[in-house]
Design a protein around this ligand. Sequence first.
Ligand SMILES: C[S@@+](CC[C@H](N)C(=O)[O-])C[C@H]1O[C@@H](n2cnc3c(N)ncnc32)[C@H](O)[C@@H]1O
Length: 334
Amino acid sequence: MWDATFAALSPAARAALDAGDAAAAFDAMHAVLDDAWAEVARVLVPGGFACVNIGDATRTLGRRFALHPNHARVALGLQRAGLTLLPEVLWRKPTNAPTKFLGSGMLPAGAYITYEHEYVLVARKGGPRAFSRAERPRRAAGAYFWEERNQWFSDVWDKLPGAPQARGGGGRARTGAFPFELPFRLIQMYSLPGDTVLDPFAGTGTTLAAAAASGRSSVGVERDAALAPAVAAALAAAPAAGRARAAARWAAHLAFAAARAGSGRPLRHLHASGHPVMTRQESTLTLWAPAGVAAVGSTAWESTAAPVAPPPAPPEPAQPAAAKAAATTASTGG
Ligand SMILES: C[S@@+](CC[C@H](N)C(=O)[O-])C[C@H]1O[C@@H](n2cnc3c(N)ncnc32)[C@H](O)[C@@H]1O
């Protein structure tokens, strides 16, 4: 899918592809990417995170079918750029099509395992990020729900909401776009509201839209100018996407809280809205969405993030009149 891009960027990659030399093409392509990782390492703030969604390639080159382990080579590239590798995510995109299997059918030993996953590599510049006293409220406002933590920080992401599950489906085949949920989740996990997110391979602008949808600024770099209208469309859709995602997160949380209460294990802390949460860290959690996105040039947009109000909390259970009077007396009478 990216042969032409790499051939345009690297004479060595072009020569290797023309010669059908898989090993040399792999090396030359990754040499191009190494330059990007060096720049990522340079511009990241100390303690900042780099997340790279990368799939391995299965292809026949020089008449030999082989797996080309991009994720392993990119991990090495990140490490060589001076970043510290951290545990990664395996993103699984199952398809049920019986035609997905390649090779010798039911006869051993010439069939290939179906490749249905990609990786999200995670690396950090230096040690854990330090937060100043002034940044603490912003960090607290960027908290996520306890049950989201349990899902998001697991090492296999089985199914992402809104993601096409079939391999190479639809727009992805043409642009390599990943589902909104992928950068959205990573942005909540690894940045604070008000931080700046960089996507050096911005494509159709999914990361930029996810950043705007969660109250983060962003910068995207993209060599294919033909994708600019897709980026504009993604940003125009960001306010609605942000509001929908915030509403879905609150709805999922309230369903979780109700299920816990129903099983006799209610959540013991309270969010500022009056809704129950699992931990005190969630008490000032705020979900954000852009109030609007306005173009301020052909490749620049401005948006203001606004907190999305949680659903109204249920009213306090009404107390019988006698009990209420007694309580008032007790509190005023000392
Ligand atoms: C896999 S796509 C990313 C798609 C994006 N995540 C999305 O959701 O739309 C990779 C993108 O990187 C761009 N690209 C490749 N090499 C580049 C370079 N050297 N500088 C900037 N962009 C580049 C390609 O044109 C392509 O749009």
